[in-house]
Design a protein around this ligand. Structure first.
Ligand SMILES: Nc1ncnc2c1ncn2[C@@H]1O[C@H](COP(=O)(O)OP(=O)(O)OP(=O)(O)O)[C@@H](O)[C@H]1O
Ligand SMILES: O=C(O)C1=C[C@@H](O)[C@@H](O)[C@H](O)C1
Ligand SMILES: [Mg+2]
Length: 261
């Protein structure tokens, strides 16, 4: 065997070690999940992720291949999260709730924690139609916008493991709820009118709030929609005075409990 052949042989052995280590690592990820489940521990532990990142930084400090190895570990981390997400949520997580309840914020956070794709219904429709929501309402009317929502939900039935952040009015149509539930668990996020007002008061992106962007107007519309939101929900999570992490932790806990029922 010449030198080149020997090097190639060594490279193949390195690859074998990497594969073995990755398989071992994936098994450990599954063991950690099982442990947390058995002892009722929170699944989301962002401080642990930060600790792992710090350890890696220290370990690779001064390493000639630091950047390349970091890049590979980013990929490993993402894939570990995907293994976790696929095991936990074999369905779409559909977030509903009043404007400002925190659907987008929670979807974004969960997507970071579980490397799950987010579909922002409002944004998706804006992209497809090539105009803003206030413009769609003004040009074609609300009914047209609601049809766009229904079509998008139908499309999402063929997907799973996606976080769907719904527009605030999606549940107004009964058929939309049926579409959501085909392949999804529906999570209702709630917040008090006072809290919603604080969260939305500086934005003009929500045409439905035009002329009633005050606590009273919000409370009235919320009450008018409450029954429909609650009827659609598989679980309800209140977000008042909670951090986004607390909301996400409760949501994950409740969804995983549903599987055990
Ligand atoms: N738990 C929370 N605590 C404090 N502020 C929050 C919380 N959740 C969301 N917010 C803030 O409230 C505002 C509205 O949140 P977000 O856009 O996520 O709501 P939404 O339900 O997606 O609303 P919309 O239906 O209008 O899209 C944002 O500025 C966000 O940072
Ligand atoms: O609550 C509603 O009816 C709406 C909420 C937003 O997310 C947008 O979907 C649109 O402005 C309508
Ligand atoms: Mg949103």
């Amino acid at each position: 065997m010449n030198d080149l052949e020997m090097y190639r042989e060594s490279l193949a052995l390195c690859d074998d070690k990497i594969i073995d280590a990755l398989v071992e690592r994936s098994k450990v990820v599954e063991k950690i999940m099982a442990y947390k489940e058995e002892y009722g521990m929170p699944i989301l532990q962002p401080q642990q992720e930060a600790k792992q990142a710090l350890r890696l930084e220290e370990k690779l400090n001064g390493n000639k291949y630091r950047e390349e190895i970091m890049d590979i570990f980013e990929c490993i981390r993402m894939n570990s999260k995907k293994i976790q997400a696929r095991k936990l949520f074999d369905y779409n997580i559909v977030m509903i709730g009043f404007m400002g309840a925190g659907k987008s914020t929670v979807a974004e956070y969960l997507s970071t924690m579980f490397a799950m794709e987010v579909v922002e219904m409002d944004q998706e429709i804006v992209k497809e139609e090539g105009m803003s929501i206030p413009d769609i309402f003004a040009t074609y009317g609300e009914e047209y916008f609601r049809n766009c929502e229904t079509e998008l939900l139908k499309k999402m039935q063929s997907r799973k493991n996606v976080l769907i952040s719904c527009g605030g009015g999606v549940v107004l149509r009964e058929c939309n709820v049926e579409h959501m539930k085909k392949n999804g668990r529906v999570v209702l996020l709630t917040a008090s009118p006072e809290e919603v007002y604080e969260r939305v008061k500086d934005s003009d992106d929500r045409p439905v709030l035009a002329g009633r962007k005050n606590v009273k107007g919000i409370a009235e519309l919320m009450e008018a929609r409450r029954e429909k939101y609650e009827a659609a929900a598989d679980i309800i999570v209140n977000t008042d005075h909670k951090t986004v992490l607390q909301v996400c932790e409760e949501l994950v806990q409740r969804l995983t409990e549903m599987d055990g029922e």
